[in-house]
Design a binder for this molecule. Structure first.
Ligand code: MN3
Length: 215
């Protein structure tokens, strides 16, 4: 343990750990409180704390999270980018799951999924396959880009935000995300995610919120 530097009371940290959107047991049996005790309390919090350490002196202190991520990438601040992006990615991951998740996506998301992937079943197959195909640590995303939906996979902390795409839904495929509940069975975790955990209502709301010309 290192002693934290005293901070002036009026300086708010740039990165904060937002509360989970549901009680820790709410996703059981598909995603356990035990996993969240590590994944949220330890892993996610560590990215918040490390990000707040690394941002000092960069001129990005106090900027919105998305801006820090994009600027850190542009300026080649690798460690700051990694921690800031991991804060964002985990925030979105918690929002991407909900008790009694899965089911059929509400409109207008369902129409866009059908248009972009052929059918909801094909979307789920492609999303699971992308997550299985991400070698090592990373993320699988449903994003909006130029009026279309896409499935994107990224390695480590990488996020489609830096490519100008709007994330709607994300699944964490780092081993720490699923190992306690699923051990090495990443495919089972991904199938459970799309069928039982995914917050399609939340993704539909994010799609509706996209600014700019509607396709
Ligand atoms: Mn994680």
């Amino acid at each position: 343990m290192t002693n934290p530097q005293p901070k002036p009371a009026d300086v708010k940290p740039t990165f904060t750990l937002p509360p989970l959107p549901w009680p820790k047991k709410a996703l059981e049996p598909h995603y356990s409180e035990n996993t969240l005790n590590y994944h949220y309390d330890k892993h996610h919090k560590a990215y918040v704390d490390k990000g707040n350490e690394l941002i000092v002196g960069t001129g990005l202190e106090g900027k919105p999270l998305e801006e820090v991520i994009i600027e850190a990438k542009k300026k080649n601040l690798g460690p700051l980018f990694n921690n800031a992006a991991q804060v964002y990615n985990h925030n979105l991951f918690w929002e991407s799951m909900t008790p009694n998740g899965g089911g059929t996506p509400p409109q207008p998301l369902l129409d866009k999924i059908n248009e972009s992937f052929g059918s909801f079943d094909k979307f789920k197959e492609q999303f699971v396959a992308a997550g299985i195909g991400q070698f090592g640590s990373g993320w699988v995303w449903l994003v909006e880009s130029k009026g279309k939906l896409e499935i994107v996979k990224t390695g480590n902390a990488e996020t489609p935000l830096t490519d100008g795409k709007t994330p709607l839904l994300v699944c964490d495929v780092w081993e720490h995300a699923y190992y306690l509940d699923y051990q090495n069975r990443r495919a089972d975790f991904l199938k459970t995610f799309v069928d039982k955990l995914a917050n399609y209502g939340g993704a539909a709301a994010k799609l509706k919120n996209i600014k700019g010309p509607k396709p």
